[in-house]
Design a protein around this ligand. Structure first.
Ligand code: FES
Length: 349
């Protein structure tokens, strides 16, 4: 395993639905892969002479599932997902960045609390990983999985979820919402249906509840706005983004006007790099242009692969769909949309 990249072999490919497949992975060097439930891995894919990077959440749970796995649906991430689904097979070797992401539990508690997992379609992937983690390691938590799909046949992990309900009947309650089912009263989540649903399902103190949400952007926006309106605090709400193209948004926002040179020190595990960067060039772009390999995937402020910590000076982010206000206060920044706005900046990666 070198600094930034890991080399993996596909052990097995498992069909979950007609268009979603799980890829079980193992490291080439036989070392265990360190990751947390809810995190993602970014694959480097070479297609038509170009390197693409795409991030996929783990559907497996460390300590519970024997092999790290990702589950990919055909439409997710467009052409690259299609390429993976049509070409990757057992025995193939793939390269990836080290696992990352903060859609994770920050520790367990022995006090009873409600944990809501809300997912739509392939948004189940990181939630499935978290679900197993909580069931096995936090027996006092009561989990509500609210899972939206078009139909049972399109529901990834449907059978596994039924098995988990049987295995953990006191800890887990699943509400399936099928948009194609004419017999269901609530077929899609809306602000009107979500509020009473959450109120009905709360067993313990509302202030102790946690919510993990993963799905299309408008689905997550509606849920987070509704929960915020209901009085849940930012620290109770966790979201994992589907990566969307933010290039038009970034073009509208533009870059800082200040083009004066800034001294930026990048502290990587491999050492310290001292760069001189114009104030209107983003940190990731300049680092890559100067031959310094730092992690990234979407380059659009959405995936969080490029998260780093600014320990000296100030960085302005043109777009941030990942970091919370608290994380920003703690100095976390995205290098892909981050610009140095003070003369001296130190970034730890
Ligand atoms: S590379 Fe995705 S947020 Fe920066």
């Amino acid at each position: 395993m070198d600094e930034l990249y890991i080399h993996l072999r596909i052990r097995e490919v498992i069909a979950e639905t007609q268009d979603a497949f799980t890829y079980r992975l193992e490291t080439i060097d036989g070392q265990p892969l360190a990751y947390q439930a809810g995190q993602f891995i970014t694959f480097l894919i070479y297609l038509h002479g170009t390197e693409y990077r795409r991030s996929y959440s783990f559907s497996s749970t460390p300590g519970i599932d024997p092999y790290p796995s990702v589950t990919i649906r055909e439409k997710q991430n467009g052409e690259i997902s299609r390429h993976i689904l049509h070409h990757w097979k057992a025995g193939d070797q793939v390269t990836a960045l080290l696992p990352s992401g903060r859609f994770t539990l920050s520790g367990h508690t022995t006090s009873p609390r409600d944990i809501f997992l809300l997912g739509a379609g392939s948004g189940i992937t990181p939630l499935f990983s978290l679900l197993k983690e909580i069931l096995h390691n936090e027996p006092t938590a009561h989990i509500k999985l609210i899972y939206s799909n078009t139909s049972t046949e399109r529901t990834i992990f449907h059978r596994h979820l039924q098995e988990l309900v049987q295995q953990f009947p006191r800890q887990l309650h699943i509400i399936h919402l099928f948009s194609n089912d004419p017999d269901q009263i609530v077929r899609r989540l809306s602000n009107l249906s979500l509020e009473p649903l959450v109120q009905q399902q709360l067993r313990y103190q509302a202030a102790d509840a946690r919510f993990f949400v993963c799905g299309p952007p408008e689905y997550m926006r509606m849920i987070l706005l509704t929960l915020t309106y209901m009085g849940f605090g930012e620290e109770q709400l966790h979201k994992e983004n589907f990566v969307v193209n933010t290039a038009p948004q970034l073009a509208r926002i533009g870059t800082p006007e200040d083009s004066s040179m800034k001294n930026v020190e990048l502290h990587l595990r491999g050492g310290v790099h001292k760069l001189s960067i114009p104030g209107n060039h983003n940190i990731l772009g300049e680092a890559l242009a100067q031959g310094i390999a730092i992690p990234y995937s979407c380059k659009g402020g959405v995936c969080g692969s490029c998260t780093a910590r600014c320990t000296t000076g100030k960085v302005w982010m043109a777009l941030n769909e990942v970091l919370t206000d608290k994380e920003i206060e703690q100095g976390f920044v995205l290098t892909c949309t981050g610009y140095a706005i003070s003369a001296e900046v130190v970034i730890e990666i």
